[in-house]
Design a protein around this ligand. Structure first.
Ligand code: SF4
Length: 359
């Protein structure tokens, strides 16, 4: 067997944490490059046309890494819910092999047992080494989510324009370069200190927008054209509940799904796969919390999100909350998204002012 040189699907800032696992196990890894319109176009060229958008993007992400010498692709299968992600591995392997790539495609279920056996098979690592790598992975992952949330909070309130993004990018870079777990705590302290040093207008009255939708799309700023950043810079408070920790918590505590189902019963009585139910639940929650707008992000071809979109529209009509649903695919142009966001921002501001004037 050839020496494995690993690559994997890119997923926003989480890519930093995924890379760490392979590095910690002494494996050679060529991380996927940042997603660009070129990446997307290359992936879409070889992917089945009607498949959901993330499959095309991730295919496009593999190609530069394969050119650089990667020969093994890691793909984790979704184990919860019925969704096309389960077939990503089988389809991507077929498509890449048909395109002439001589690869070893490791497609496995996201259960601790399967992940461990797969990692052990290619790295020969002991259980202890795998656990240590996993611990470092989770430390990085939680810090990434924490600083993304801090950036969401600081951006619309910052006094020096652009300082939040500068600190966010520098922090992510340092986290990416961090190779030893023993240095993690010190770096974490340094990063959090920098964020707490950002001068903000603490009592600024902000309109609030909740971001809901498909997990990959809402969490990866390069896929959603940096919706969070753009709204934040316009002085809109952006909130997003959906992230990997949310997803993991639902796997560990399955009764959370039962609670969600109870809350959304008047609108949907069954599962639709993916995170369709969560989007309805989140929208109802944000309305209860007196938000001023909801943005729903969905990739083209995503059955769960397409199925629930009319329900979200119904909730929007009943509640009057401004609502924008954005479907993303390889044809989507950033200028079009920016225009829609600008118009939506005006609607959200007016709605916020109208509500305040009635108090
Ligand atoms: S949630 Fe939607 S976009 Fe994501 S993998 Fe499933 S079907 Fe595709």
């Amino acid at each position: 067997m050839k020496k494995p040189i690993i690559t994997f699907a890119r997923w926003g800032n989480y890519t930093i944490a995924f890379k760490t696992i392979f590095e910690q196990l002494g494996l050679e890894v060529i991380p996927p490059e940042k997603t660009t319109s070129q990446t997307i176009a290359e992936g879409a060229k070889i992917a089945p046309e009607m498949y959901c958008f993330p499959l095309k993007v991730t295919l496009g992400n593999y190609l530069p890494a394969l050119k650089k010498g990667a020969n093994t692709i890691f793909m984790v299968q979704n184990v919860g819910g019925s969704c096309r992600q389960r077939y990503y591995g089988a389809i991507q392997e077929k498509v890449l092999k048909e395109a002439g790539h001589d690869i070893n495609f490791l497609d496995f279920r996201a259960t601790p047992k399967d992940i461990y056996s797969m990692i052990k098979k290619i790295s020969g690592a002991s259980l202890l080494q795998v656990l240590k790598a996993g611990r470092f992975f989770f430390k990085k992952l939680h810090l990434i989510e924490k600083i993304e949330k801090l950036a969401q909070f600081c951006r619309p309130r910052e006094i020096e324009k652009g300082i939040t993004d500068k600190i966010l990018q520098e922090s992510l870079l340092k986290l990416d370069e961090l190779k030893k777990e023993k240095d993690f705590q010190e770096l974490k302290k340094e990063i959090l200190k920098r964020f707490s040093g950002i001068k903000i207008e603490k009592n600024k009255d902000l309109p609030k927008v909740g971001l809901i939708g498909e997990i990959y799309t809402v969490c990866d700023p390069t896929i959603n054209f940096e919706v969070e950043r753009k709204l934040g810079l316009e002085g809109i408070g952006v909130y997003r509940e959906m992230d990997i920790t949310y997803h993991i918590k639902k796997l560990i505590f399955p009764w959370k799904d039962w609670i969600i189902q109870r809350k959304i019963n008047p609108y949907l009585k069954s599962t639709v796969g993916g995170h369709g139910r969560d989007a309805i639940y989140e929208m109802l929650h944000y309305i209860k919390e007196d938000f001023d707008g909801i943005i729903h992000l969905l990739p083209f071809g995503c059955m769960p999100e397409v199925t629930i979109r009319p329900i979200l529209e119904k909730i929007h009509l009943e509640s009057g909350i401004p609502f924008l649903s954005i479907s993303l695919d390889e044809q989507t142009a950033e200028a079009g998204i920016d225009t829609r966001l600008e118009a939506f921002t005006d609607v959200v501001r007016n709605y916020h002012q109208y509500k305040s004037s009635k108090l």
